[in-house]
Design a protein around this ligand. Structure first.
Ligand SMILES: Cc1ncc(COP(=O)(O)O)c(C=O)c1O
Length: 373
């Protein structure tokens, strides 16, 4: 065996021994308490028909974009869509990326320079962390949602300072104290970056829009692969930021542009989002129902009003056991294991959707409420 193969085998065996070996699994047709398709857009027949009609209405549609945006891959359609998405969210400009991961990576790696400072919430998504890691700036983490911890770091920060947070945290489902963070960040003359991946579509267009904080949020990342049911992301900000990213953001520059189908899907998803009041209401009702009937004194439910509800099992083995029980009974619930989350905070991460029925929620919770270890 080569030394590379030996290394790979050892690492995989370590994972297996720790009980957190990752495996891809095809869909099993279980009841969906796992996907990010919070409003059902990903499987919406209406959205599919609208996308097809939109594509059919275009004069020239290539199967692929045939190049990066700076070379052959740019279109009037993409630029108009960026302007439209930005204006819907209340920003002057926007730039589309092929995914939320690419957007965070491309923003945080390109903007802060050597001598500058990036401060992130300790629970920020891997894409924010990876982007910060690629930058030469100083990096610090503040305690999750802790305004004092953030303030202490802002006092020490050097150069141009960027604070990166999520409005709804992907692994806990809780919300950032957005208005308070905006005020502190402004006081210290720093620049706030807010990732709205799990808020867009769940709380209207997102919490920045709902709280009217656009002027205080320097850049916003919206993703299209969650409640909007399609794929991709955009960075929203001012025109200067957009021009800067086009020049310096490597995950934007060095990749093939999104194909027409993808862009049409984003456009049509935003149109559907405007008319999705009933789905948003159903989602909120289902979230409340889930929280009302969860009742297992052995396990804590992390405080959250979002579609992401987490039950702390505090061990990989227990999280896997409860997820296994639910899956055997037809519910698609996945355990979130360490090292994805910190050891001791292993959990079930349950995603609630507008299309989950009361019976499905009650059936799943009946098993959870009666689970003992
Ligand atoms: C908070 C957050 N930001 C960014 C991303 C990445 O988005 P995408 O799936 O579009 O790459 C995710 C996805 O899980 C996320 O949860």
């Amino acid at each position: 065996m080569s030394s590379a193969d030996q290394f790979i085998q050892n690492k995989l065996q370590e994972r297996q021994a720790a009980g957190n070996y990752r495996q891809l699994r095809p869909e099993a047709g279980l009841i969906d308490f796992c996907s990010n398709d919070y409003l059902g857009f990903a499987h919406s027949a209406i959205l599919k028909a609208n996308i097809n009609a939109e594509i059919g209405a275009q004069a020239h549609v290539l199967n692929g974009a045939a190049g990066s945006r700076l070379l052959a891959g740019n279109t009037y359609y993409a630029e108009a869509l960026e302007a439209e998405v930005a204006s819907i969210h209340g920003y002057p400009a926007g730039l589309i990326y092929n995914s939320g991961y690419d957007a965070n990576l491309g923003l945080l790696s390109a903007l802060p320079q050597r001598g500058d400072t990036i401060i992130t919430d300790e629970l920020a998504h891997a894409s924010i962390i990876d982007g910060a890691r690629l930058s030469y700036a100083n990096r610090y983490k503040f305690k999750h949602n802790d305004l004092n911890s953030l303030t202490e770091l802002l006092k020490l920060a050097k150069g141009t300072v960027y604070v990166a947070i999520e409005s709804i945290y992907s692994m806990d489902g809780d919300a950032a104290p957005l208005a308070e963070i905006c005020a502190i960040v402004q006081k210290y003359n720093a620049n706030l970056i807010v990732d709205e991946a799990h808020a867009t579509g769940v709380f209207g267009l997102g919490l920045v829009h709902q709280l009217n904080l656009q002027k205080q949020v320097f850049a916003q990342v919206v993703t299209f692969g969650k409640a909007l049911g399609c794929h991709g992301a955009a960075i929203l900000g001012n025109g200067l930021l957009r021009n800067y990213l086009i020049n310096f953001s490597r995950s934007f520059i060095y990749t093939t542009a999104a194909p027409m189908h993808n862009l049409a899907a984003i456009k049509m998803a935003y149109q559907l989002q405007e008319r999705s009041g009933a789905e948003q209401l159903l989602l909120q009702q289902n979230i409340r129902y889930f929280k009302d009937i969860f009742q297992n004194p052995s396990f804590e439910l992390i405080a959250s009003d979002s579609a992401i509800q987490c039950i702390l099992l505090k061990s990989n083995a227990k999280a896997k056991a409860l997820a296994g029980l639910l899956q055997t009974n037809g519910y698609d619930v996945r355990p979130i294991l360490s090292p994805t989350v910190a050891a001791g905070s292993e959990r079930l991460r349950i995603c609630i959707h507008s299309y989950n029925t009361g019976q499905e929620i009650a059936g799943m919770l009946n098993l959870i409420n009666n689970f003992t270890t």
